[in-house]
Design a protein around this ligand. Structure first.
Ligand SMILES: C[S@@+](CC[C@H](N)C(=O)[O-])C[C@H]1O[C@@H](n2cnc3c(N)ncnc32)[C@H](O)[C@@H]1O
Length: 302
C-alpha cells in the first residue's frame, strides 16, 4: 500500500527542502507538487518531519468541496493570498479549534478549484494557524528579525523574563533587539554594523560595535541569561564562537538563527544539536519558522 505525505514550504527554501528529502528521506518519491506545496509517496509508512518544511503531515489526497464541508472541523490554508475559497470552507477556520496532541485536518487550497486534504498532530511547537503561517501581527520594526524572534518566542514558549540580560550576536539594525526590549529585557548587541537610532538610544540597549570574534570576558560586568544570534556567517563559524563564549558565560538558553545558504550545512544540524545536549542543554529543538528564508532556528535551554 502506498503512503502519501505533504510538505508546505517557503519559496526561498524549496530547493533546500528537496535536497533534504533526497538525503534524509530516500524512500520518498516526489508526487504532485505546486510551488510551496509538495506531495510525496512511500511504499511503507515513515516518520515524516523534514526540517525545511514549514509544515508537514499525511496527505489524504485531492478532495471535492462537497466532501470537505462534511468535516466536523478543519483549517483551510490557501497557497496564494488572492485565492477565493467557497464560504462554506473559509468559515471552518473560525469554527475549528484544535488542542495540542489532537489531529488537525488541513484543507490545502492549491488552486482556484483544487483542494487537498492533509492531517498532522498539533504539537506544542506548532502555531495555532492554518498552514503554519505567522501569528505575529505586522508592525514597524527595523528588520524582519523582529518576526523571527517573536515567532521563536511563541513556538518554543521561551522562558525569557523581564530584566534578564541578552547577548545578541549580529544585532544590526535591530529588529530582534526591539522584540527583546519590548519584553523589558536588557540587551548587549554585538555587530560591527550600525544599529537603528531608536534602538541605540534605548536605555536598556548597549552596542558593542565590533565582530563577535573579538568579544572577551572583560566585556561583561554581569551574568548573561541568553545568547541570541542571527549572524550571517556559516553555522560552523557561529557555533565555534558560541562555544568559545560558553567557556566564560553561562546563559540559561541559546536562540540561534543558523543560515543555510549552502546545502551541505543541512548535514551540520544534527551534530550541532547533539553537541549542545552534551554540554548540558536539556531542551534542544530545531524549527523552520514562518518568517524564515534560507535559515532555521535552533534553541537550547538548560
Ligand atoms: C541578518 S543580519 C542581523 C539582523 C539583526 N539580528 C536584526 O535584528 O536586525 C546579520 C548581521 O550579522 C552581522 N555580522 C556579520 N558578521 C559578524 C561578526 N563577525 N560579528 C558580529 N556580527 C556580524 C552583520 O553585520 C549583520 O548585521
Amino acid at each position: 500500500m502506498s503512503h502519501f505525505y505533504f510538505a508546505l514550504t517557503n519559496s526561498e527554501v524549496e530547493a533546500l527542502l528537496k535536497q533534504e528529502l533526497n538525503w534524509f528521506y530516500p524512500q520518498l518519491k516526489p508526487s504532485y507538487s505546486r510551488p510551496g506545496f509538495l506531495t510525496l509517496k512511500a511504499e511503507t509508512a515513515i516518520n515524516f518531519n523534514p526540517w525545511m518544511a514549514r509544515l508537514s503531515g499525511i496527505c489524504l489526497g485531492k478532495k471535492s468541496v462537497e466532501d470537505l464541508i462534511k468535516l466536523p472541523k478543519a483549517w483551510l490554508w490557501k497557497r496564494q493570498e488572492d485565492f477565493n475559497p467557497p464560504e462554506s470552507l473559509s468559515e471552518l477556520n473560525q469554527k475549528s479549534l484544535f488542542k495540542i496532541g489532537e489531529k488537525v485536518s488541513l484543507i490545502m487550497m492549491v488552486g482556484e478549484n483544487e483542494f487537498w486534504l492533509g492531517e498532522y498532530v498539533l504539537k506544542r511547537t506548532h502555531f495555532q494557524t492554518p498552514g503554519e503561517l505567522s501569528s505575529i501581527l505586522e508592525k514597524k520594526a527595523p528588520s524582519r528579525a523582529y518576526y523571527k524572534l517573536a515567532e521563536a518566542f511563541e513556538a518554543f514558549d521561551l522562558p525569557m523574563d523581564y530584566e534578564e540580560k541578552v547577548l545578541e550576536l549580529g544585532s544590526a539594525p535591530g529588529g530582534a533587539s526591539l522584540f527583546l526590549l519590548e519584553q523589558e529585557m536588557k540587551v548587549i548587541g554585538v555587530d560591527p554594523a550600525d544599529m537603528d537610532p531608536t534602538i541605540l538610544k534605548h536605555r536598556n540597549f548597549k552596542h558593542l560595535k565590533k565582530p563577535f570574534e573579538t568579544i572577551t570576558s572583560s566585556n561583561f560586568q554581569e551574568d548573561i541569561d541568553w545568547i541570541v544570534s542571527d549572524v550571517n556567517l556559516p553555522p560552523s563559524v557561529v557555533i565555534k564562537e558560541v562555544d568559545r563564549l560558553l567557556e566564560f558565560l553561562e546563559p540559561k538558553g541559546l536562540v540561534l538563527t543558523l543560515k543555510l545558504n549552502q546545502d551541505r550545512y543541512l548535514r551540520m544540524l544534527k551534530p550541532i544539536a547533539e553537541s549542545f545536549r552534551k554540554k548540558g542543554f536539556l531542551q534542544v529543538e530545531i524549527k523552520y519558522l514562518p518568517s524564515h528564508r534560507q535559515e532555521i532556528a535552533l534553541i537550547a535551554i538548560r
